[in-house]
Write a protein that binds this ligand. Structure first.
Ligand code: ZN
Length: 500
């Protein structure tokens, strides 16, 4: 029996240590973003660097490599989705990819990234792109060096994309994005008059928003034995194990965006919460890719969280929480406001219909920078030109233009596309779920969300990282990445919002 092999136990012990170090990094980051007093920053940077180095040393140790080589037979002998075969396969892949990059290059990338982040904050403060420019040039050169470590490949963008989407090819993303552009650019240009969403703005006490969000999320499946919700500046979700899920959000006192951000982070949290507990402390323990993760957050935030049936249950409760603000606002009016479509320059404020175009243009610019077709010096102009072409808006200044995202301050290329791919996958999964489960709206109207949650557990969540994203998608929906369901969903949304 392979699972009695002491070498496999030794592998689990080593992988468990690597996982513990990674989770400890996660906890320090969570604390830094939610609790730490500002003067803790310099010491925290040292602590994070030490833990990250220990983790990297263990993850690239030659002893781990020889162990994985000895256990290669596991990948062939047992069922491909068995625990043993999956652990060995995913661990070996991670190991081989990490070993390609010299540790000096990795350290320099980390250092340049953190200096770049400081320069980005400064550049935003001064509204001066020149402050960031030399950092971006240096970091881009390092990214090109990093890419070269992974030769051969079909496209220099492939290794960067693969860091977030195991096995996905740039050509597939480019084809999907070309289709999004073809449909969405004219769809957005045709929107004449955005709906009035003034009911979402006003005076909304953060404490009440928090209480309401917790009530909503507990209906969806959050409980205080395994979850927390804390305040932060830039919301995120993180898990320390499948039974320790940390969500963060930001409640502003003049709008309700914080509630929607809770719904988004819940989607990330429930994915980690429902991974098979047996995968804990192995490389299988997390969601399989960034876009699959994002498909879960978008599904709960947008497909479920902006749905009329969902709010026909929750809206009376929201009105109770904010009687002065919402008593005179009908459910239909509130629902239309939640689904407002209006092009703007800022990605994080974008609605569902325009959002993916913000991503498409960033993907195109990343590829052009990598190939040298666009230099960092050209970037502000190239960015504005694309946003004018795709969304018909001109950013007021560099802060609202090229300096709006943190992702390029440390050249984290390859990550942006996963946001739009998550949108596409979310609707593919929703279509499959409702074709199997039937209409879920009557359950949502009664405040019941367990049928959908359990379906996602069974088909997506429990598998953790056992399957590569494309294989998981194939298993669940019986096909590959397909933009059409998502585009049909958006067309229907725009139609329903047309002036009446
Ligand atoms: Zn997300």
């Amino acid at each position: 029996m392979p699972d009695l092999d002491p070498r496999f136990d030794e592998l689990l012990r080593r992988l468990g240590e690597i996982s513990d170090l990674q989770r400890a990094v996660g906890l320090l980051v969570w604390d830094q973003e939610t609790k730490m007093p500002p003067l803790g920053a310099p010491a925290r940077a040292e602590q994070l660097t030490t833990l990250a180095r220990l983790g990297h040393d263990r993850a690239t140790a030659p002893e781990l490599g020889s162990l994985l080589e000895e256990l290669r037979e596991f990948e062939e002998s047992s069922e491909p989705e068995s625990f043993e075969a999956s652990v060995v396969r995913v661990a070996r892949r991670d190991y081989e990819k990490r070993r390609r990059v010299p540790s000096e290059l990795r350290a320099e990338m980390t250092r340049a990234g953190s200096l770049g982040y400081g320069a980005w904050l400064e550049a935003r403060e001064a509204a001066d792109y020149e402050i960031l420019l030399p950092h971006l040039e240096h970091r881009l050169a390092l990214t090109q060096e990093y890419v070269a470590c992974h030769e051969p490949f079909d496209d220099p963008y492939d290794p960067l994309l693969d860091d977030h989407e195991r096995g996905m090819l740039t050509s597939d993303v480019a084809a999907t994005f070309a289709r999004l552009k073809e449909v969405l650019v004219p769809l957005v240009a045709g929107i004449e008059e955005p709906v009035d969403d003034s009911c979402l703005h006003g005076d909304f006490a953060p404490e009440r928003q928090r209480e309401f969000s917790l009530e909503m999320l507990s209906r969806w499946g959050m409980d205080d034995q395994a979850w927390r919700l804390d305040d932060t500046v830039h919301p995120f979700a993180l898990s320390l194990s499948e039974s320790d899920i940390r969500l963060t959000t930001r409640f502003d006192d003049d709008n309700l965006n914080g509630i929607l951000s809770c719904l988004h982070e819940f989607g990330h949290g429930i994915y980690e919460r429902q991974v098979d507990g047996r995968y804990f402390r192995t490389p299988l323990q997390e969601g399989t890719s960034s876009s699959f993760h994002e498909s879960q957050s978008r599904l709960w935030e947008n497909v479920v969280g902006r749905r009329l049936s969902t709010w026909s249950f929750f809206y009376p409760r929201l009105q109770e929480a904010f009687p002065h603000q919402l008593a005179g606002v009908a459910l239909d009016e509130f629902h239309r406001a939640l689904n407002r479509v209006a092009p703007g320059a800022i990605r994080v404020d974008a609605d569902e219909v325009t959002y993916s175009l913000h991503i498409v243009l960033r993907f195109e610019l990343e590829r052009e920078m990598l190939s040298g077709a666009v230099t960092p010096a050209d970037l502000p102009e190239a960015f504005d030109a694309k946003i004018r072409e795709y969304l018909g808006v001109q950013p007021a200044n560099v802060v609202e233009g090229v300096l709006q995202d943190v992702h390029w301050s440390d050249s984290n290329f390859g990550y942006f596309p996963t946001y739009a791919l998550g949108n596409v996958i979310s609707v593919q999964l929703w279509e499959r779920a409702t074709s199997e489960l039937g209409d879920l709206d009557s359950e949502f109207e009664r405040g019941e969300f367990g049928t959908l949650r359990e379906w996602l557990r069974e088909h997506v969540h429990r598998w953790g990282s056992v399957f590569e994203p494309a294989d998981l998608l194939q298993r669940v929906v019986g096909g590959s990445l397909d933009a059409e369901p998502y585009l049909a969903y958006l067309r229907a949304k725009v139609e329903a919002l047309a002036p009446r």
